[in-house]
Design a protein around this ligand. Structure first.
Ligand SMILES: [Zn+2]
Length: 284
C-alpha cells in the first residue's frame, strides 16, 4: 500500500523540525505534533491551478512598483501640511521648528517626484507588452495618470494643485485594479487576510470625496462670508485624503505580498506529497 510521503523540506509548525522524508500520516518525531497540521499551515491548499504565466513576475513587479510609486507620490500631502505649518509658525515661534519643517517638506517633495516617476517607469517599461486590449488600457490609463501626477508634482503643492492630483491618482487606481484581480488569487496571504485587503473602489470613493470637498472649499473661499463652510469642507478633504494615504499604504503592502508569492510560490499539496513507491524511502 502506498503511503504519502513529504518530498520537500517542511518545517514542523510546533518545533521547526524538518519533516522531509516522513509519512504525512505520522507525527513529528521531535514533538509529536501531527504532520498534517504542519502541512495545512505551510501549504497553499486552496491555490487554483497555477497556470504558468511566463510574464507573471514582470506583471507582479510592475504592480508593486506602481503601487509603491503611488504611495510615495502621495508624499505631496504631508509636504503640503509641513510647509503650511512652517509658514504658520514662521511668524510666531523660534526659528528651529519652521526650519525643520521646511527641510522635511523639501525631502517629501523629492519623495513625491520619485514616486510618480517610479510609477511611470513601472507601467511603461516593467509591465510586459501583451497584445491584449486589457493590458493596453492599463498601460495608457496608468502612464497618462502617472505622467500628469509627475507634472503636478513639480510645483510646490497648494490646495488647487493637490485637488487636481486626485484625477491622475484615480486614473492610476483604475489602471491597477485589474492587475490586482489577476494576481491577487496567487497570494494566500492576500486571499486570507480580508481585513488588510485594500479595495480599490473604496479607495476611489475616498479620493473622490477628498477631491470634491477640496474643490468646493476653494470655490466657497472666494466669498469671505463662507468661512465656516470652507473650514468644514477643508476638514472633510483632509480626513479623506488621510484615508487615501493609509489605503495606498495597504495597497502597496498587498502588492508586496503578491510579488512575494509570485516570485516564490508556496508549494502545492501534489508538489510536497509523493508516495513511498515513488523513490523516497522512509522507514519508521
Ligand atoms: Zn515538531
Amino acid at each position: 500500500m502506498s503511503e504519502p510521503v513529504i518530498r520537500r523540506p517542511l518545517r514542523c509548525i510546533q518545533c521547526g523540525y524538518d519533516l522531509e522524508g516522513l509519512s504525512a500520516r505520522g507525527a513529528c518525531p521531535e514533538c509529536g505534533r501531527d504532520i498534517v497540521a504542519s502541512l495545512a499551515s505551510n501549504l497553499d491548499l486552496t491555490a487554483t491551478d497555477r497556470a504558468p504565466a511566463p510574464d507573471a513576475r514582470r506583471v507582479a513587479w510592475a504592480l508593486f512598483l506602481a503601487t509603491a510609486g503611488a504611495l510615495a507620490g502621495s508624499a505631496r500631502l504631508p509636504e503640503f501640511a509641513a510647509s503650511a505649518a512652517a509658514a504658520e509658525l514662521a511668524a510666531t515661534a523660534a526659528r528651529g521648528l519652521p526650519l525643520l519643517l521646511d527641510k522635511t517638506a523639501a525631502v517629501l517633495h523629492i519623495v513625491g517626484l520619485a514616486g510618480a516617476a517610479t510609477g511611470l517607469i513601472a507601467l511603461t517599461f516593467v509591465l510586459p507588452r501583451r497584445d491584449e486590449r486589457r493590458v493596453l488600457r492599463i498601460r495608457v490609463l496608468g502612464c497618462v495618470g502617472f505622467a500628469l501626477w509627475l507634472a503636478l508634482s513639480v510645483a510646490t503643492p497648494n490646495a488647487i494643485g493637490l485637488t487636481a492630483t486626485a484625477l491622475p491618482a484615480g486614473m492610476v487606481l483604475l489602471a491597477l485594479s485589474p492587475l490586482l484581480r489577476e494576481l491577487g488569487p496567487r497570494s494566500r496571504v492576500y486571499r486570507d487576510r480580508e481585513t488588510a485587503k485594500q479595495r480599490v473602489d473604496e479607495l476611489l470613493l475616498a479620493l473622490g470625496i477628498a477631491g470634491v470637498a477640496s474643490a468646493c472649499a476653494e470655490f466657497a473661499a472666494q466669498d469671505s462670508s463662507n468661512e465656516t463652510t470652507v473650514a468644514l469642507l477643508r476638514l472633510v478633504a483632509a480626513a479623506s485624503a488621510a484615508l487615501v494615504l493609509i489605503g495606498l499604504g495597504y495597497l502597496a503592502t498587498n502588492a508586496y505580498w503578491i510579488l512575494r508569492s509570485v516570485l516564490n510560490p508556496e508549494p502545492t499539496l501534489s508538489e510536497v506529497l509523493g508516495t513511498s513507491d515513488s523513490g523516497s524511502n522512509h522507514s519508521a
